[in-house]
Design a protein around this ligand. Structure first.
Ligand code: PHE
Length: 503
């Protein structure tokens, strides 16, 4: 019989009487476990070996376990120091012993809590005695640590391994082991003689030009073999969604806006007809910048028109706020609390020049808020900002735009709720149903910009606009229930590695 070289090696190493794990065969033959797995599957198909899966518990050393492997277990070190200090005859002071053993802090506590338990002696009001019959060289936990290091825990007493796990020195996990035995056919084949041929596993350009490919044997490609799972870099879930949102909006005819993360309050608030004494403008809610604390200059003509709107309103039915409007306050710099600052910049004509209707603009950028962290709030989030400028717009246009947008993500059950913003009339919030909890969560805020905002900016058309939350969209898409799993110091790495962003 002729077989590829690796299969012959496996066949010759496997035994009919003793099942051997793939890892052990790989070790013995000095090949990669994947290579051996491939060969084993091929041999199994030929009926030459039998493969049996066995669930077993495997152990890994923790960092602490590894330290004790090098330095010795704290209780063993204490015992050796005690014996050296003559504590087998006369108890010695604990402080002296821990100094001599080089134990401090946590290690002292660990030594004390294991010393008597393991029969090394007694501790009595600060004095340590040593049992002369104890044998630190035969410490079963130290031996078990070594066995874990060598991956040979089969013969080790289970209670000792449990104890190491409780002490946090090893971690146990379930694994499946493949055990290989020679079948009768395998034994017969070996007796009749098996010849190795070199199987080619890769076609090279050289083989093609020389024509050698015609004569070689190609190794079978085993698609059923279990392969190692590469843990590679991956685009963050939020990033994937942000990129997709941009694609969708570009597909809907929108152009992207750009602008500063830290900006003058003028663009963030004043241009939005937000009164200067609005609660969201206090230092509690803003991330103010210290350096620079203010921009030097604002466009003068625009400042005058905005001031006028704040003081007196715009048009006959509008009153304004009847309160002070301070330019210095408007020049203060903060991290933008919403990306609507980009919309005011673009609408004003100061960003890319005057815009004639119709226009559609968007951004998907970070906004920053001094919120209290919880399952649906972070200090920063991706805001999906957008606006449409046209001659005649109604709430139906706005709702229809959202329905079209969210449908791209498979979300077809958004709900609307009347709302209030100083800069829009009418205004409404958007809600979506969380796929796991069934709860309605707020996913955005929107409305039609007021004259008090548009006229000073020099816009003579209707503008409907919105700010949607990227993270909330991510929750609806991935089913994540806690935003902190996705972003921040508490992220769930397994979730980020495995979450599927499908729509
Ligand atoms: N700025 C609003 C927010 O952050 C979103 C919004 C933008 C609402 C434009 C209406 C119009 O919640």
């Amino acid at each position: 019989m002729q077989l590829p070289e690796t299969q012959v090696a496996v066949l010759e190493t496997a035994s009919a009487s003793e099942a051997q794990s793939i890892d052990r065969l790989a070790d013995e033959l000095d090949r990669k476990p994947e290579t051996i797995t491939g060969a084993v599957f091929a041999l199994e198909e030929e009926g030459l070996v039998a493969v049996e899966d066995r669930e077993r518990v495997a152990y890994d050393l923790t960092d602490e376990g590894r330290t004790y492997l090098d330095d010795g277990l704290p209780e063993v070190r204490l015992y050796r120091a005690a014996v050296d200090a003559g504590a087998a005859d006369d108890p010695a002071s604990m402080g002296d012993l821990t100094d001599a053993a080089g134990l401090d802090g946590q290690a002292v506590r660990i030594a004390l809590s294991n010393y008597a338990r393991k029969g090394y002696g007694h501790i009595d009001s600060g004095d340590v005695s040593a049992d002369p019959d104890a044998d630190p060289d035969a410490d079963p936990e130290a031996a078990a640590l070594e066995a874990v290091r060598d991956g040979e825990t089969d013969g080790v007493d289970e209670n000792t391994l449990d104890q190491l796990e409780r002490r946090g020195l090893v971690e146990a996990h379930e694994t499946t082991e493949r055990l290989v035995t020679l079948t009768d056919d395998g034994v017969t084949a070996l007796m009749e003689g098996v010849e190795a041929y070199e199987a080619v596993d890769r076609l090279t350009p050289a083989m093609l030009t020389s024509g050698e490919w015609r004569d070689v044997e190609f190794a079978d490609y085993n698609v059923a073999a279990e392969a190692a799972e590469p843990s590679t870099g991956r685009l963050h879930v939020l990033r994937q969604i942000v990129e997709r949102v941009k694609e969708v909006l570009v597909g809907m005819g929108f152009q992207e806006m750009e602008g500063p993360h830290a900006d003058a309050d003028f663009w963030i608030n004043d241009c939005l007809f937000m009164p200067q004494d609005h609660p969201a403008r206090t230092h509690w809610d803003r991330f103010a910048l210290e350096n620079p604390s203010h921009v030097d200059e604002l466009p003068g003509d625009l400042v005058e028109r905005v001031r006028d709107a704040h003081l007196h309103g715009v048009g006959e039915n509008s009153e304004g706020y009847h309160s002070e409007w301070d330019e210095e306050f408007a020049r203060a710099v903060a991290l933008r609390g919403h990306t609507t600052s980009l919309s005011t910049r673009y609408l004003s004509g100061h960003q890319i020049g005057d815009l004639e209707p119709p226009q559609r603009f968007f951004s998907v950028e970070k906004a920053y808020r001094n919120d209290t962290l919880d399952a649906t709030h972070l200090l920063e989030f991706f805001q999906i900002e957008g606006w449409v400028m046209a001659e005649d717009l109604s709430v139906r246009d706005l709702m229809g735009t959202f329905e079209e947008f969210y449908a791209h993500f498979g979300i077809t059950d958004i709900e609307f709720k009347p709302h209030y913003n100083p800069y829009t009339e009418p205004s409404f919030e958007l809600f979506g149903t969380h796929p796991e909890t069934g709860e309605l969560i707020e996913i955005g805020n929107s409305g039609i910009f007021r004259q008090e905002m548009l006229e000073p900016l020099g816009v003579d058309a209707d503008v409907m606009a919105w700010g949607l939350a990227g993270e909330r969209l991510a929750m609806l898409i991935t089913g994540a229930e806690d935003i902190r799993d996705i972003h921040g110091t508490l992220t769930d790495l397994d979730f980020l590695r495995n979450a599927e962003v499908t729509y």
